[in-house]
Ligand binder design. Sequence first.
Ligand SMILES: Nc1ncnc2c1ncn2[C@@H]1O[C@H](COP(=O)(O)OP(=O)(O)OP(=O)(O)O)[C@@H](O)[C@H]1O
Ligand SMILES: [Mg+2]
Length: 475
Amino acid sequence: MSDTLLLVEDEAVLRGEMGRHFTRQGWDLLQAATLAEARRVLAGEGPAPLVVLCDMTLPDGNALDLLEEVRAGAGTRAEWIILTGYGTVADSVRALKLGAFEFLEKPCPMERLDLVVSGAARSARAQRRVAESAARNHERFGLDAWVGDSPATVRVREEVKRLATVPIGTVVIGGETGAGKGLVARILHYTGVRGDGPLVEVNCAALPKELMESELFGHEAGAFTGARGRHRGYLEQAHGGTLFLDEIGELESPLQAKLLKALEDHRFRRVGGEKEVVVDVQVFAASNSDVDSLVSEGRLREDLFHRLSLFRLEVPPLRERLEDLEPLVYRFIADSNARSGKDVRVVPGSVWRRLQGYAWPGNVRELRNVIERSVLLSDGPVLPGRWLQVPQDGGGPAPAEHRPADPSEEDDTVVSFHLDGRETLDQLEERILRRALELSRGNVSAAARRLGVSRQTLRYRIEKHGLAEGTEEEE
Ligand SMILES: Nc1ncnc2c1ncn2[C@@H]1O[C@H](COP(=O)(O)OP(=O)(O)OP(=O)(O)O)[C@@H](O)[C@H]1O
Ligand SMILES: [Mg+2]
């Protein structure tokens, strides 16, 4: 599909000439001779233009007024190029303030115009991509992304929901590795009042010490050897949105002080810079060591900690909320099925017991990996226990060796199901029949014996569920 260009020009001959030029270059062209027409095109159902090339002085007014209107409304962003025969400096300043891509004097050589149009197209495409990925993330990181029904998880969800409605400024998120701090941060950002702004995630442990300051605060050209151009740091990139500092304890103390000052003053200087840069960000900080001990060990400055910990969220370890195992396992099975094209539906009782008997030091991340691996290596609807590789280390039921031998180890004859309404009785019946038929290799009499029903009863039910294909009677 080609991109759309809206050409607004009242002079018909010029409009025709430019129109032909851009059509030849592969643009889908929309045209307007007046502001009113342009307004109609922009509000219409048709494709939204990627670039608007607009004469400034039109019979019914000044194009900058239209640009101002458009900027005030929501909707897809196009890049605007304003052309004018008699532009003043004031106009050009206003155009750029309104976010016009370029303000050009007529007559403008075609080669120059082409360059500007392709630059504008590139910029508009990039903005669309960002907007689209933000929209996807809004969906992906809604409150429902936080799976689990244990009281602890419900509490976290409630807190996130509450925090999402207020301008929080700062939050400290604590919890063990893999417990879900990163996920909480994303949900908090995307459901929150700054959800349309950027989310910049920085793992302080991964920043090289010597670059930490310039990565966070940016630098001016020539600020130090190797600093070629001006660089906008993470803090600036998060302007209007959220800066998420993971492993905050790894940030060196002078930088913690500089960060605190930037948060207090809403402004800071880039490395090697004189000018102050104004920023408006909310900061989430996370650590998987206990935040209070970070402070007592001197790894987190007390003043910064007080500033950041206006709100605190603790994500409890998985072993303290084993009720969440079941919904999490089903969520991860569904995700892995979708990715791998498998169709795992059944989790044998023996597998549940092993999952519950493990302490999950790697928390939800470890669980997700275990389930993904098992789904990938499965062949059939049953989640195999063979690939769990979780030692039984107490905390749950008795260790495996001391449990009575479990005939259903490695599943097979166990069919488990939820009683929370996600499957109807009819669907359960169908699942049980399928399983019994699989185990009996399609032999109806053998399946009937397995299920303890008569052959006739089973036949009737097989017909009812349309499962007759591939079945046979015992000779
Ligand atoms: N309640 C949950 N529901 C669904 N998925 C979850 C949940 N909690 C965690 N996850 C998933 O588990 C994985 C690990 O979570 P996350 O990366 O947020 O952990 P973390 O606490 O930030 O870990 P680290 O300390 O190592 O940075 C992610 O894939 C995340 O999406
Ligand atoms: Mg994380």
